[in-house]
Design a protein around this ligand. Structure first.
Ligand code: VAH
Length: 310
């Protein structure tokens, strides 16, 4: 039985739906700090859970016979830069609670996302490799990089089968974005349909690694299904699909909404985006567990607009 922590979030909600589709609704217990989100309401069991409360988490694991945890609760990059120590505390305490419980309750498997935000200005900008100079310069990146080492520690020392992906920016239409820097690429669609224009908080040539939610969810399930011997790292796998800039996605949207216009007013999030690579090399994921993305910019844009038009 699976516990999803952070089921109210952008990825947690869609992962809950995908896991329920795969294993059956009753096999997936969704949880979040806040009340159940409309996206998952009525699709299966839910409980509120503060991921900082280890006793409460352990109680839920024992009461429900949980054997796997997907831990998707975190404070993202933009919010993290506004409240550094709160973000560090939440991101690390929640992960360590999950790892300790996985050890004590001998859980079968744990999933925890890292991010391309672990890379800083000293990492290669183009086709950034999985193993390279990694000097995170955002609180979010610092917490994700530290978390990767903790995951490896619990695997090496206690045999906890924890697996992780460095997600790029993820684009989706089912839930509102939550405090990220890459979320301009979600906002742009809502604004294009509502106002026919968008005021972008990043510069037009800011290339960032991105991925459509369908690809991110499938990558997560494929990683978790892979035989343990195929998993060559219990830190985290680089994961990639597309890289684009605001002006490129704007041009793609214009193919569907010819009168769409975009203005650029970079804010504090530009400084965050400037520290990240423009593109990612995910050859280890392709070699070890046959990762292969399906959505390119054109296909993603068409799918987003079709679904947001309703
Ligand atoms: C953020 N969407 O912007 C997240 C992600 C790589 C970016 O980690 O913080």
């Amino acid at each position: 039985k699976i516990l999803v922590i952070g089921a109210g979030g952008q990825i947690g909600g869609e992962l809950t739906l995908a896991l329920r589709k795969k294993y059956g609704n009753e096999q997936v217990l969704a949880s979040d700090l806040r009340e159940q989100s409309p996206l998952i309401e009525g699709t299966g069991p839910f409980t509120t859970l503060d991921a900082l409360n280890k006793e409460a988490m352990q109680e839920i694991v024992k009461e429900h016979g949980i054997t796997q945890i997907y831990h998707l609760a975190a404070v993202l990059s933009a919010v993290g830069e506004k409240q550094p120590l709160m973000a560090w505390n939440i991101n690390m305490t929640a992960l360590l609670n999950v790892l300790e419980i996985a050890r004590e309750e001998k859980l079968k498997r744990v999933y925890w996302p890292s991010s391309i935000a672990v890379f800083g200005p000293s990492s290669p900008k183009k086709d950034c490799p999985q193993t390279t100079i990694v000097e995170p310069s955002t609180v979010y990146g610092i917490s994700k990089y530290a978390g990767e080492s903790w995951c490896n520690y619990y695997f090496e020392k206690y045999g906890v089968d924890v697996r992780s992906l460095r997600y790029p920016g993820i684009i989706s239409y089912k839930t509102p974005p939550g405090g990220g820097t890459t979320d301009y690429a979600i906002d742009i669609f809502h604004s294009a349909l509502k106002a026919g224009s968008y005021n972008c908080f990043l510069k037009e040539d800011t290339y960032l690694p991105m991925m459509y939610m369908e690809d991110a969810i499938r990558a997560t399930l494929e990683l978790m299904d892979a035989p343990l011997e195929n998993i060559k790292t219990h830190r985290s796998y680089n994961l990639s699909a597309i890289s684009f800039s605001p002006e490129e996605i704007a041009a793609e949207i214009k193919k569907h909404i010819p009168d769409f216009t975009i203005q650029y007013q970079p804010d504090f999030r530009q400084a965050i985006a400037d520290t990240w690579p423009a593109s990612i090399d995910d050859s280890e994921a392709r070699q070890d567990w046959n990762w292969q993305p399906e959505f390119d910019l054109a296909k993603m844009t068409a799918d987003m607009l079709t679904n947001l038009k309703g």
